[in-house]
Structure formats: C-alpha cells, structure tokens
Design a protein around this ligand. Structure first.
Ligand SMILES: Nc1ncnc2c1ncn2[C@@H]1O[C@H](COP(=O)(O)OP(=O)(O)OP(=O)(O)O)[C@@H](O)[C@H]1O
Length: 297
C-alpha cells in the first residue's frame, strides 16, 4: 500500500532541470529519506509534493487522490505538512500561537461564527487549544508555550516548526533538514522525536545531510543527483551502490581530515551552495559508511 505516489515528476526553472522524471512511493508507517549532493533537487521535490511549486510534468497522488498542482493550503488539508530548512515561524507570536496557527486548516467556523462567538466557534477554539497543548507536550515545548518564538533556543524553534506541522494533523510529514545546525546530541534527540512521530501514526519523509541520522531512521532511501533518481532502496543497498558513491565522491579531490565528521555536514548545511559543499557532503556519506563496519560507501 502506498500513501503518497509521485510519477514522472519534473520541475524546470527556465533551462534548469531541477527535478526530472522522479518516481516516489511513500509507504505508511515508514521513514523515507531523500538524499543527494547539494543542488540535487531534494528541496524542489519537497516543494512539488507540498504544493509550493507546480510541477512541469508528472503527477502526485496522496492516499489515492490526485493532488498535482494543488495549492499548499489544500495539500495540507489532504494530510501533507512540510517543515523548512530554516524555521519559518511567526517570531513575534508566542510558541502556542504559532502552533495554533496550524489548526486553521482544520477549522470549519466562519468569520460570522467568530464575530457572533457561536457555539461552533467556541467548540472549535477549545478543540484547537487542546490539540495545540497536546502537540506542545509531545514535542517537549510546554515550558516555552508563552515565550515569543524568536526568543526560544534554535533547537526549540525547530521543534516548534514540527509541532506546528503536527497541529495540522498530517498523515505525512515532510521534514527538510531537521538536523541542520544542531549538535550531535541535539541530532540524536531529533532522531528520537522522529521515531516517536512515526509511532504516533504519522508517516515521515525526510531530506537530510546527516548520514548517521538517515541511515539509522530510514526504511527506504531515494538518492537524487542533478534532479534525477540515481538509486533507491534500503540504507544498506544505497550505501554500497556504485552510482551513489560516484555521485558523492565523483567530484571531490581532497580526502582530508574532515573525511568522516557528521558535524561537517552541519557546517555545510548552513553554507552557500557551491562545489566545495558538494564535496564535503560526499565525504560524509563515504566516511560514515566506512565507520559502520567496512562498507565501501
Ligand atoms: N526557485 C528557483 N529558481 C531557480 N532555480 C532554482 C529554484 N529553486 C531551486 N533552484 C535550483 O534547482 C536546483 C536544485 O535545488 P534544490 O534546492 O532543490 O537542491 P537540494 O538538493 O535541496 O540542495 P541542498 O542540499 O543544497 O539544499 C539547484 O540548481 C537550484 O539552484
């Protein structure tokens, strides 16, 4: 059974083919990771799935329904929520209000209900508050609920983004580089949180450069390079795939001391997109594979 199915998905920006002919099957209850060097098309693919970009070609079906080209708002209503690499919170609003904003998509009451303070409106307000408080507790943010989002630590802001997404009651959560900029310990905490999200019945699709996180969480990995799928399969299959090794190592010239550190990929995540970043990312996959017991990748 497939929860989300993309077929022949493509996105061109002028002459640039950011995503080309990509097929993706996301199975319920699984963690699906999308990896690839910088500029491979991972975020563009997420934007196509979440409705932020309209595909140039191909289709997306969610739970059997064609959602191709729908607006982000409608796609959220169909059960797909997306977080961003850099947090996109309302900094001047409290953490609670940020999370409550995720409830709009599930609200049925009209402006008239709000003005007249109808029973339906009051009922929804209570439900929305209960739901927001539940996801705040789930994500460990209760203590921050009355703080301005811009004032809480960066790691907590990332959890607020996840809490906001969970407040929309998604079936599928798209997480774009959740570990970017986090310490090793924080990354482990995020990996545990993602596992708990899956345990609560939300399917997760993940774009992430931290290979330790990807390899430990993913059931299935799609590898992109230059917008195209170059491999797809289990973490073990992908790690030893010659084309994946080539994509990550093909352009790198320096097997220097930063060969194996995941923290390098955190640095790289916040860097500008350039060739050097791509090489650093490649060494990360290779190094991690070697650490994990002699895999060639
Ligand atoms: N809105 C846009 N307009 C023009 N080009 C774009 C746009 N968005 C992305 N691109 C280009 O499409 C290609 C794929 O970018 P994308 O951000 O999807 O890659 P990525 O795999 O997510 O990279 P990274 O790992 O660095 O985040 C890149 O060449 C990028 O410059």
């Amino acid at each position: 059974m497939t929860l989300l199915e993309a077929r022949g998905l493509g996105k061109h920006f002028g002459g640039l083919h950011a995503v080309q002919d990509v097929d993706l099957d996301v199975h319920p209850g699984h963690v699906t990771a999308i990896i690839g060097p910088n500029g491979a098309g991972k975020s563009t693919l997420f934007n196509l799935l979440a409705g932020f970009y309209r595909p140039t070609s191909g289709t997306v079906r969610m739970d059997g329904r064609d959602i191709t080209g729908m607006s982000p708002h409608r796609i959220v209503a169909h059960g797909i929520a997306r977080t961003f690499q850099t947090t996109s919170l309302f900094g001047d609003a409290t953490v609670l209000d940020n999370v409550l904003s995720g409830r709009i998509v599930r609200s049925r009451s009209t402006v008239v209900d709000a003005v007249l303070h109808t029973p339906r409106h009051r009922r929804e307000e209570r439900t929305n508050l209960d739901k927001a408080m539940e996801v705040l507790e789930f994500t460990g943010l209760t203590e921050y609920r009355n703080d301005l989002a811009a004032r809480v630590p960066q790691e907590a802001q990332k959890r607020v983004s996840i809490a906001l997404a969970l407040a929309t009651e998604p079936q599928l959560l798209l997480l774009d580089e959740p570990a970017a900029g986090l310490t090793e310990e924080e990354t482990e905490g995020f990996a545990r949180l993602i596992r708990r999200i899956v345990d609560r019945g939300v399917t997760v699709c993940l774009v992430e450069h931290r290979m330790s996180m990807v390899m430990s969480l993913a059931d299935h990995i799609l590898v992109l390079d230059h917008g195209r799928e170059i491999a797809s399969g289990t973490p073990d299959a992908v790690r030893t795939d010659p084309q994946v090794i080539e994509a990550y190592l093909g352009t790198h010239h320096d097997d220097g001391p930063d060969h194996n550190a995941d923290s390098n990929s955190a640095d790289h995540n916040s860097a500008d997109h350039n060739g050097a970043d791509k090489n650093t990312t490649g060494r990360d996959v290779a190094g991690r594979g070697a650490e994990k017991g002699g895999n060639t990748c």
